[in-house]
Design a binder for this molecule. Structure first.
Ligand code: C2O
Ligand code: CU
Length: 421
């Protein structure tokens, strides 16, 4: 895997100078946004030889994958890879699901420039569908000349940069074709710096079968489906219809605080329903054998308060009043079970991400959450307290942070230190 500058086009006829990944083993490969998708089978052993051809130091973090600490790609787990240098990442694909990789150095700048790619880990018995698609959601802030904006204004910092061009798999409002009557599986990852996507397909409901850490215990139907930065969603869409029908995937308003305006539904892609009709498939049984963690009154609690400090011209984002890297680490031991209580005292939502292990959301504001499943990133609504249960993984230094990248890089980050024997 090579990271390098590249010239591509997000708007027709206009060059955009981006940073992108390409397969260094493929002759003449050039960078794409998203980068090359890694397709793995559960249990695979993976080695990624990485070379940095960027002008800046970088790393690769494997978001959601339970990798050894030395392959986690954070600056506390490795020395960032200097321009021209290499690093080997090595891990097992322990869990099936959709994951992604991205830099963990100046992530607000480097991911925005195009450094991200999906990792799909398949299990032995995937549900039977007509078509499966991986849909990587992003937005970019593009100047009239086609170039990525290099300005970070106050609003970008406050809400996380929201672009003016929405991208699905690096394309603006692409058109897909689907066979009439087909059952499609759409697997989403939100790689945007700050945008929340609230997905809807008018006239269809979305059957949610999975999330960050694979299939959910009980599938459910949703009219709209929120996907915060860093999160994944896995849905079945009953395309139905007749040839000539057009379905739209949209993102609709979601109020995440700070009086963010409702600009109405925005199209992400359209689906043209086509011949020949697909054989009708039954809804697959996708329930997972999810075993909840056992927690009780004796389970230790980690209490984290998320806040914003707007007293100076440049707002800061804090955890327990501290600004990373000047922050007190959370301590634990591998294998321990703990409850994390994330209290959001700020005026907006924050998507909280923990590296290296999955957690199970217990409740939000004391109300038990309806839909379970393993997660690594969860939206903590403004002025709410969310609790999750987690069993700690391997020894090492594991980061946690808001996945609004402007916030993470401005203090809203911390470290879980798991000491080995
Ligand atoms: Cu997707 Cu620490 O990040
Ligand atoms: Cu945040």
């Amino acid at each position: 895997m090579v990271a390098a500058p590249v010239s591509l086009q997000f708007l027709p006829g206009k060059a955009t100078h981006a940073w992108a990944y390409h397969d260094g083993a493929a002759p003449k490969a050039t960078g794409t946004v998203p980068g090359p998708r890694l397709e793995l089978n559960q249990g695979d052993h993976v080695m990624v030889h990485f070379r940095n051809d960027l002008p800046d130091p970088t790393t690769i973090h494997w978001h959601g994958l339970r990798v050894p600490n030395a392959s986690d790609g954070t600056p506390v787990a490795q020395i960032p890879v200097e321009p021209g240098a290499t690093y080997d990442y090595e891990f097992d694909a322990t869990d099936a699901g959709l994951f992604w990789f991205h830099p963990h150095v100046a992530s607000d700048v480097q991911i925005e420039r195009g450094l991200y790619a999906p990792v799909l880990v398949r299990q032995a018995d995937e549900p039977e569908v007509t078509t499966e698609r991986v849909l990587v959601l992003d937005d970019v802030k593009i100047e009239a000349n086609g170039e990525l904006s290099t300005e970070t204004d106050a609003l970008d910092v406050m809400l996380g940069r929201q672009g003016n061009v929405l991208l699905v798999n690096g394309k603006r409002a692409p058109t897909l074709t689907a066979r009439a009557g087909s059952l499609e599986r759409w697997r989403f990852v939100n790689v945007a710096n700050g945008r929340y996507f609230n997905l809807a397909v008018p006239g269809r409901s979305l059957r949610v079968i999975g999330g960050d850490g694979g299939l959910v215990p009980e599938p459910y139907d949703a009219e709209t489906l929120l996907i915060a930065p860093g999160e994944r969603q896995d849905v079945l869409v009953d395309i139905g219809g007749a040839p000539g029908d057009v379905l739209r995937l949209q993102t609709v308003y979601y109020d995440r605080g700070h009086d963010i305006p409702d600009v109405g539904p925005l199209d992400l892609l359209q689906v043209e329903v086509d011949q020949p009709a697909a054989p009708r498939l039954p809804l697959p049984d996708t329930r997972s054998d999810f075993v909840p963690l056992q927690v009780g009154d004796a389970t230790p609690i980690v209490h984290l308060v998320l806040s914003e400090d707007e007293s100076s011209s440049e707002p800061r984002f804090l955890i327990n009043g501290e600004e990373y890297p000047n922050a007190t680490p959370t301590q634990g031991a591998p294998g321990d079970i703990a409850i994390w209580e994330i209290q959001n005292d700020s005026e907006m939502d924050h998507p909280f991400h923990l590296h290296g292990m999955f957690f199970q959301v217990l409740d939000i504001g004391g109300v038990v959450t309806q839909h379970g499943g393993w997660k690594d990133t969860v939206n903590v609504p403004l002025k709410e307290t969310l609790r999750f249960a987690v069993q700690y993984g391997d020894a090492g230094r594991w980061m946690y942070h808001c996945h609004i990248l402007e916030h993470a890089e401005r203090g809203m980050m911390g470290e879980l230190v798991l000491a080995g024997e």
